[in-house]
Design a protein around this ligand. Structure first.
Ligand code: TYM
Length: 327
């Protein structure tokens, strides 16, 4: 069985972009893969966090993982900081990456732009991500499109070490959805849906109530030509809504276009509201039950133990590769 690894940052507002681009794949993959799903709290502290809020969000994301259908009997669910190997391998990989390749990362440029002093963690963030992936001899990494560059860097580092020191790392592949790999903001379909936008109606969070879902979709930016057609360049708003519809319903975009031919944007949006409400209602209900249960902590404790056992094997190999330690 191939091994899958992926992670989500523990911040509030996990939204349908995260779900359709990444989380939905996590659930599908666990049927025929060995899956490891992480809550990456060490990534979150690359920007300042309120410690109490951070812990709360860690548990929120863990409960969300289970609420969408990740089954701890099939998959490992754990918190990054419970396995110290991430930080250890992160350092070793830092010594095998170049500042040039890190300053070129689009996300680094976006997050550091205009700031007087930039945290080192923001620069080395993709190396820690590479460590997350390589620590588990991962074959497949399900993520949204915005992580493509980070997966490429992970592959580059793995190949570089293998070439220089001999076979040490499995070289992973990214896995991206056809529809949903890049869900755009509802208020501005030229930028991606994000957890941090100040406009709450730019996104639909997985735990949003029905009335909020309706408001956000009915307000979503479209255009004035009135035709429901997939054309991301000229009709980014309508195309984004078509992608979301396609991803939630599992229907090809062409078929969604055909179903709504001749109909108005109002009708299409109403149908999308219903589809989204239907998809999110059970997640919300499961979440509330799981978040309050004692099972959650047990799942994370057991997950950490299983993840650590795999990580230790890789670390042993990596220490041997580099000659770290004395036996
Ligand atoms: P994060 O927490 O920002 O996002 C979690 C996942 O959601 C995807 N995503 C999107 N997909 C489609 N449309 C969007 N608008 C959208 N926004 C976010 C992301 O691509 C991601 O898959 N660096 C990662 C976390 C990470 C990780 C890893 C992932 C750390 N280590 C190892 C995989 C493997 C991040 O910040 O994701």
């Amino acid at each position: 069985m191939k091994r899958v690894f992926s992670g989500v940052q523990p911040t509030g507002n996990i939204h349908i972009g995260n779900y359709l681009g990444a989380l939905k794949q996590f659930v599908d993959l666990q049927e025929d893969h060995e899956c490891i799903y992480c809550i990456v709290d060490e990534h979150a502290i690359t920007v300042p966090q309120d410690p109490k809020e951070l812990r709360k969000h860690v548990l929120d994301v863990a409960a969300l993982y289970m609420a969408i259908g990740i089954d701890p009997r099939k998959s490992i669910i754990f918190v990054q900081s419970s396995v110290s190997g991430h930080a250890e391998l992160g350092w070793i990989l830092c010594c095998n990456s170049y500042t040039g390749e890190l300053t070129r990362m689009t996300q680094f440029k976006a997050k550091s732009g205009g700031q007087e002093s930039v945290g080192t963690g923001l620069l080395t963030y993709p190396v820690l991500m590479a460590a997350d992936i390589l620590l588990y001899d991962t074959d497949v990494v399900p993520v949204g499109n915005d992580q493509k560059q980070h997966i490429e860097l992970t592959r580059d580092i793995a190949i570089r070490v293998n070439n220089k020191y001999g076979e040490t790392f499995v070289v992973p592949e990214g896995r991206f959805m056809k529809a949903g790999a890049r869900v755009m903001a509802l208020d501005d379909p030229t930028s991606k849906m994000s957890k941090s936008s100040p406009n709450n109606h730019s996104r639909i969070s997985l735990l949003d109530e029905d009335s909020k879902i309706k408001k956000s979709i009915m307000r979503a930016t479209t255009d004035s030509d009135g035709e429901i057609r997939f054309d991301p360049e000229n009709k980014p708003g309508v195309s984004n809504l078509l992608s979301i519809y396609s991803a939630f319903s599992g229907t090809a975009i062409e078929d969604v276009e055909a179903d709504f031919r001749g109909k108005g944007y109002g009708d299409f949006k109403k149908a999308l509201v219903e589809l989204t409400k239907e998809a999110l209602a059970p997640i919300r209900q499961n979440f509330n039950e799981i978040r309050e249960s004692e099972e959650l902590i047990r799942v994370l404790d057991e997950g950490a133990e299983k993840a650590d056992a795999i990580a230790q094997k890789t670390l042993k190999r990596v220490r041997d590769t580099f000659g770290l330690g004395y036996r």
